[in-house]
Design a protein. Structure first.
Lengths: 311, 406
């Protein structure tokens, strides 16, 4: 029965194809520039990861996107036009600091929040029960939020953002505190929204997770955008290293022009090579000295790129 | 189906009905709150108990045993009739006559506690004496003074060949006043105390509730979710109306319990005047509390955590307590002045209406002044609420809240 109503709800959900664009967004608090001329796009139907350390400006940027904090300069556009209050009413938002009414039942407060967004009570109820069911909280609908574990409160919080077929999702650290299975469940849920064209912007400091999930990445540091693109494109721009394994000791590589040895350990070396000609020169030199077991390019991990761009 | 841009959510509906959704939640959450319900039940019980005590105090009859000389018909008759007072007038008592053989027996009866007083003819034969072990009880003295007077009058009249009825025919005096029933000053004091207390409990209780509910949403960042869904103005309106409905319903309940309880007491005759005064009170309270609620909401928004509330609500608490103490203790010119000062007039004007001292137009003018205050409080409060609500990090000042909302 639940699945029937679910299908009905999803069929009714409008297809979205609007992108969220942030242009020159700036916010100062006194002398502190928290967000400095930030521009990026969260394209429709894609998961955009918003990465950065503490104090990088992720939360401040998201609050400005949602209109709960006024921008000092810059603008936010949705579907090509400046974002309006009516647009934002259809954005799903998960703020950084979690909290719901601690002493109200899960179902009641989710229905309440949905009704504030103009969703009729009956529709909201069906949708909430469906979501609770999917996130394994079916039996907890009548429990007070304070009785739930932190992970479960987190799930309730994300349901609050996902109700009513939002046209845009802005999620501040949606995966923090979730176990791997819960992360997968949440990812499946988000995939349904990207499948109907919704742009999803989420912040995280779990780089491995972002690398696995995101089709698009924005790296923020000190309030500025340090990198913006697909993970693959970012890896291209990152410094490509090569791993060389020879039969003898590889210490001689230090003398080859255009080669910067990052690490040499007996026959194995990790090298940064200036250009393709250097690669050929290095290979020739290695073969002259004996056997070559391995020469492979090493793609940088996101963590490496992150360290490089934020250094 | 609605327009494709807004999906299945009609755009206008969300904004229009939002305050109603918020109001409903405020009322339901409060109405189901155990602490609130227990407090309500205790208050109702206290009001009923107070009224019952008042009624018992008024209706209870004192019992006295009076020693009279054996065979003294006049004394016996005086004791027998003195306890009976006309219907509707309080202060009666049950008197029992005990015959004593002589003066010595009478004194023994007094010292042994067998009799409360001894009624006997004066030694010089002129009049009567009421002797007690110490001073005889005041009520007993009053009753017997009248009783002995009537008996003497009756026996003297009989001796003169006439009757008391004939002698006093046409000489009765009753009182009347043009402005309705007179209100006993003591009743007036209790009424003003009661109204001040109703105001105090309603304003403080519901005020704290709205401040608490605002900071709960602010602290948990729920307000950030809600701010994107509905205009903050709607959120505030829903909260103010919700808590006002609760506060008002609570006061109407208390007033009704009080009135019903009082109708069983001897002060039932002033119920019409008291009801009029209570209707004014409810009206004044409804208007005044809207303004107070807006200010309490700001107090909640100025706090960042529930712990800050103590500090940010202090000015409001002081004001409400000040009004409480001033209004039930005020009299004369101060009472007249207070009956025009918002929010003190919520209590002071209905009290003046009850005392019959206010002209018909006075409550209307006073209510208009109160309405002016409330409109001002709502305008300023709404601005400060918007300015403070989304600012985090410590307590805020009114000045900063108002500046931010610009």
């Amino acid at each position: 029965m639940t699945s029937l109503t679910t299908t009905a709800t999803r069929e009714r959900a409008p297809r979205a194809d609007a992108a969220l664009e942030v242009r020159g967004l700036t916010r100062t608090f006194g002398d502190l520039v928290a967000v400095d001329d930030v521009s990026f796009t969260a394209p429709p139907g894609l998961l955009t990861g918003f990465v950065g350390g503490n104090g990088a400006g992720k939360t401040t940027t998201m609050r400005m996107i949602m209109g709960v904090l006024a921008a000092t300069r810059g603008e936010v556009a949705f579907g090509g036009a400046p974002v309006t209050r009516a647009d934002r009413r259809e954005f799903g938002y998960m703020p950084e600091e979690r909290g719901l009414y601690p002493k109200q039942a899960v179902l009641d407060q989710l229905v309440y929040l949905a009704r504030l967004r103009g969703i009729p009570a009956a529709t909201a109820r069906t949708e909430v029960l469906d979501h609770l069911d999917r996130l394994g909280l079916a039996g907890r609908a009548k429990d007070h939020v304070e009785k739930l574990s932190l992970g479960n409160q987190q799930r309730v919080q994300i349901i609050a953002a996902l109700m009513g077929s939002p046209r845009m999702l802005v999620l501040d650290e949606p995966f923090s505190g979730l176990d791997p299975a819960a992360v997968d469940g949440m990812v499946d849920l988000l995939a349904e929204h990207t499948a109907r064209g919704v742009p999803v912007l989420f912040s995280s400091h779990q780089l491995d997770l972002v690398e696995r999930l995101c089709e698009r990445l924005v790296i923020l540091s000190g309030g500025r955008v340090m990198a913006d693109g697909t993970p693959a494109a970012l890896q291209e721009t990152g410094t490509v290293r090569h791993r060389l394994v020879t039969d003898g000791d590889a210490g001689w590589v230090r003398g080859v022009p255009g080669v910067h040895a990052v690490d040499v350990d007996g026959p194995a070396a990790l090298l940064e090579l200036a250009d393709d000609a250097t690669v050929q020169r290095l290979l020739a030199a290695a073969l002259e000295r004996g056997g070559v077991r391995e020469l492979t390019p090493v793609r940088p991990t996101l963590a490496q790129i992150y360290r490089e761009v934020t250094a | 189906m609605s327009t494709p841009t807004t999906g299945h959510r009609p755009d206008g509906e969300a904004a229009r009905g939002a305050w109603l959704v918020v109001m409903n939640r405020e009322i339901v959450v409060r109405a189901l709150n155990k602490t609130f319900l227990v407090g309500l039940a205790v208050s109702v019980a206290i009001i009923a108990a107070l009224a019952a005590f008042f009624a018992w105090q008024n209706s209870k009859t004192d019992e006295f045993t009076v020693a009279v000389p054996a065979g003294d018909a006049v004394a016996a008759a005086a004791v027998a009739t003195a306890g009976v007072v006309p219907e509707g007038q309080g202060g009666g008592a049950e008197l029992t006559a005990v015959e004593v053989a002589d003066d010595a027996a009478a004194r023994t009866a007094l010292t042994d506690g067998d009799a409360d007083a001894w009624l006997h003819p004066a030694d010089d034969g002129d009049g009567w004496v009421l002797t007690g072990e110490a001073d005889p009880d005041g009520t007993l003295t009053r009753l017997l003074t009248v009783g002995i007077e009537q008996q003497t009058l009756a026996s003297n009249a009989e001796a003169a060949g006439t009757s008391v009825e004939e002698l006093t025919a046409g000489g009765g005096l009753t009182t009347d006043r043009l402005d309705g029933d007179a209100v006993d000053p003591q009743v007036l004091f209790f009424a003003s105390f009661g109204l001040a207390l109703l105001f105090f409990m309603g304003a403080l209780g519901s005020g704290q509730m709205i401040a608490g509910s605002v900071v709960e949403e602010k602290q948990s960042r729920l307000v950030e979710i809600m701010a994107t869904a509905v205009p903050l103005r709607h959120l505030l309106a829903g909260k103010i109306l919700g808590s006002s409905v609760v506060a008002l319903a609570q006061n109407v309940l208390f007033a009704a319990v009080g009135l019903v309880a009082l109708s069983f007491t001897p002060v039932a005759s002033i119920l019409p005047a008291l009801s009029t005064s209570l209707v004014w009170f409810v009206l004044f309270f409804a208007v005044g509390f809207l303004g107070l609620a807006a200010l309490y909401a700001v107090a909640g928004a100025l706090a960042s955590r529930a712990e800050d509330l103590q500090h940010t609500t202090t000015p409001m608490t002081m004001a409400v307590m000040g009004i409480y103490f001033l209004t039930f203790s005020a009299s004369g010119t101060l009472a007249t002045v207070l009956s025009y000062v918002p929010v003190a007039n919520v209590v002071a004007m209905p009290v003046r209406v009850l005392s019959g001292d206010a002209a018909w137009w006075e409550p209307i003018v006073s209510l208009a002044i109160l309405a002016g205050f409330t409109v001002l409080a709502l305008l300023v409060g709404e601005r400060a609420y918007r300015g403070a609500l989304l600012q985090t990090g410590g307590r805020l000042s009114w000045r900063r809240a108002l500046a931010t909302a610009a």
